[in-house]
Design a protein around this ligand. Structure first.
Ligand code: GTP
Ligand code: MG
Length: 446
């Protein structure tokens, strides 16, 4: 017993203990934990993408999803050399893709020397194990890819702790998975416990302890930031939300003259930034937050709770949309669903359609590059004009909408005016007797 507790103490205190777990059973995480920033990543790895859409999914949609996956892979520092698509009613339970497709992928991996295969979905622990055994290269699923990018971007203590928590939560069931076949064969019985099971039990315990430790640490960090946030009470709080890469940080910089990192990469922002902004004597706090994405792992959302508090505690959400993206409507839905997941769906919202400079009604899904078997008719569906879109959204939504180009500074003054009126109205509502600012009386959403 004494020996046991001593070992446990060592394992939690000594960083090498968890590294061992990662090293032995969790090499899938090696990349996520190794490189610090994307910029300093050593020579790029080559990656193959694999998607298994269901039979009903339109070809253009499949291609768009693969574009997004390629963008994620590039953001993580990999060069994509090939895409594989297999339409299946349901992914194969053993190897995700069917036998024939797996052989095709295997042939390509062997021939091209690609160093990893990235799947556009999450793999079960056993699928991961089987695929690694068959293909003999690193297998990365969607969750791991996103966690990896977050790991390379996280700067603050909170974000780094959140990412580490997500990494271990990802690892834990996969440790179990590596050994489930043994458990089954043995059918229980203490006397038959092999060394494998003892080892895995130790690993699991080390990982669980690390998870508990990180949760505690997050609680402490959360207390500190709560104290910080309390000192800001009274201020109207506005949060920029939206799909990744839509221009949230660019708008933050425009409105607050801050210098927030913005670039054409997914998840440029992982930490949230808060700035005090004063527009026509109306002061408020503006925060820039992590972008959302389709199939964002729930675990990751949970571990990013503190970051998401900025959104939960906001009085007004500025939902930024990249109107030039062919799937912008799906992006809106993903963001709204994620807001629901984090209990922030009922907040007042202003919808900002950004990148109007890139919007071209003539351009269809085609500009993303057709691929074999693409349905020609699908490509030719014309997109509505900006005016038509404006009319549709104005009619459809209770929330006001505005169309801008943050980059070309188009309609930015209009955005400022709209925001000023909105914040002033919230302020007036909160402090009816004080009214330190003179809210514009006209209907702000006219
Ligand atoms: N053409 C065009 N590009 C824009 C516009 N606004 C932003 N961008 C570009 O879009 C890319 C993404 O902008 P960011 O501000 O980093 O986007 P974000 O929403 O903060 O992205 P994440 O933090 O990754 O979620 C950058 O390359 C910007 O320069 C715009 O109005 N027009
Ligand atoms: Mg950003």
């Amino acid at each position: 017993m004494a020996k046991e507790s001593k070992r446990r103490e060592n394992s939690t205190r000594h960083p090498g203990a968890t590294d061992n777990v990662k090293g032995r059973a969790g090499r899938i995480l090696a990349k996520a934990s190794k490189h610090d920033t994307y910029e300093t990543a050593p020579e790029a790895e080559t990656a193959i993408l694999v998607a298994v859409p269901d039979k009903r999914q339109a070809d253009a949609r499949t291609q768009e999803y693969l574009d997004e996956l390629a963008f994620l892979a590039e953001t993580a520092g990999a060069i994509v050399t090939k895409r594989f698509v297999q339409r299946l009613e349901k992914p194969d339970i053993r190897t995700f893709v069917g036998e024939g497709k797996l052989a095709e992928i295997k042939a390509y991996v062997d021939h091209s020397g690609a160093s990893m295969v990235i799947f556009d979905d999450d793999l079960s622990p056993s699928q991961l194990r089987n695929l690694e055994a068959e293909l003999q290269v690193k297998i990365v699923d969607r969750s791991l890819l996103i966690i990896d990018i977050f790991a390379s971007r996280a700067k603050s203590a909170t974000a780094r702790t959140q990412v580490e928590l997500a990494q271990y939560q990802y690892l834990l069931p996969r440790l179990t998975g590596l050994w489930t076949h043994l458990d089954k064969q043995r059918g229980g019985g203490v006397s038959q416990r092999g060394p494998g099971e003892t080892e895995i039990e130790t690993d699991r315990r080390v990982v669980r302890e690390r998870i508990d430790f990180l949760k505690e640490r997050l609680k402490e960090l959360d207390k500190q930031s709560q104290t910080q946030r309390k000192s800001r009470t009274g201020m109207v709080r506005v949060a920029l939300v939206g799909y990744t890469n839509v221009g949230k940080s660019t708008i933050m910089n425009l409105l607050s003259r801050a210098d927030v990192f913005a670039e054409n990469k997914l998840f440029a922002t992982v930490d949230s930034t808060v700035r005090k902004v004063v527009l026509e004597t109306v002061p408020f706090l503006l925060s820039d937050t992590v972008g959302f994405i389709r199939k964002l792992p729930t675990r990751l959302i949970e571990s990013f709770k503190s970051t998401l508090d900025e959104i939960r505690e906001a009085d007004l959400l500025l939902h930024v949309v990249d109107i030039s993206h062919p799937s912008f409507e799906e992006h809106i839905a993903v963001v709204n669903d994620t807001l629901k997941d984090i209990n922030a769906a009922d907040k007042p919202m202003l919808l900002i359609f950004n990148k109007i400079d890139l919007y071209n009604p003539e351009v269809t899904a085609e500009h993303h590059g057709g691929f074999e078997g693409m349905n020609e008719e699908e490509e030719e569906t014309p997109r509505p004009t900006l005016e038509q879109l404006k009319a549709t959204y104005m009619a459809k939504l209770h929330d006001p909408v505005i169309f801008i180009s943050a980059q070309e500074r188009e309609n930015v003054d209009e955005l400022r005016a709209m925001l000023t009126r909105r914040v002033a109205a919230i302020h007036a509502e909160r402090y009816p007797s004080v009214q330190p600012i003179s809210p514009d009386n006209e209907e702000w959403q006219s």
